[in-house]
Ligand binder design. Sequence first.
Ligand code: DER
Length: 240
Amino acid sequence: LTQDELKKMVGYKAVDDYVKSGMVVGLGTGSTAYFAVERVGNLLKSGELKDIVCIPTSERTKEQALSLDIPLVTLDTHSKLDVAIDGADEVDPSLNLVKGGGGALLREKMVEVMADKFIVIVDESKLCDGLGPGFPIPVEITPFCHEHTMRQVAALDSCAGCKPVLRMGSSSSNQPDGDDIAVTDNGNYIVDLHFEEAIKDARKMALDIKAVVGVVDHGLFCDMSTAVIIAGKDGISVKK
Ligand code: DER
């Protein structure tokens, strides 16, 4: 099975298992969430799903949903969601996540903290024993004096040993291009914090980073996952 086939498997299964007619659904961002969005569009078209409204977590997910005629709303009219489905860059044994590889972490977190169920869809390459070394922690910061804010974050005790790198080119880290600073959907910058050792206390680091004035939010999604659906070469497994 190719990696795309694994992503499609978990994307479709998440929708088939957790999305019911009449729901308010959060649509994630990235190459795995792409398939969940596709499945919602297909089931609405076939009539197997009805009366769904969706909240996209990025401009590019919004564009994909619009192309599939998925009815869209925002948090302004729908603060509560029944379910949100999204990918992740890393998943630890406690189902804490690193997200933000695609630069969408702020809108993803705003939507996903309001969902009764947050379903994470990954291929098995995303599983890790400890967050950090496998994928840098994205931190969304305001452009104003961004070098100052980068220094303040790097100076945190809980971020000791991290190497902060300002994300350049497109805001999605897997498409670096150009030599200008990447800008998120919200007009902010992203600093990726590279760690060589596994983060000991992700919850504390999350609180410390968020408290730095100039930080908008970060890609540590702690205690949010309802279930993680994992596609591996031996098939699909679910962790709760
Ligand atoms: O940017 C994000 O948070 C995405 O969800 C990312 O973490 C997962 O993207 P992928 O499914 O393309 O690996």
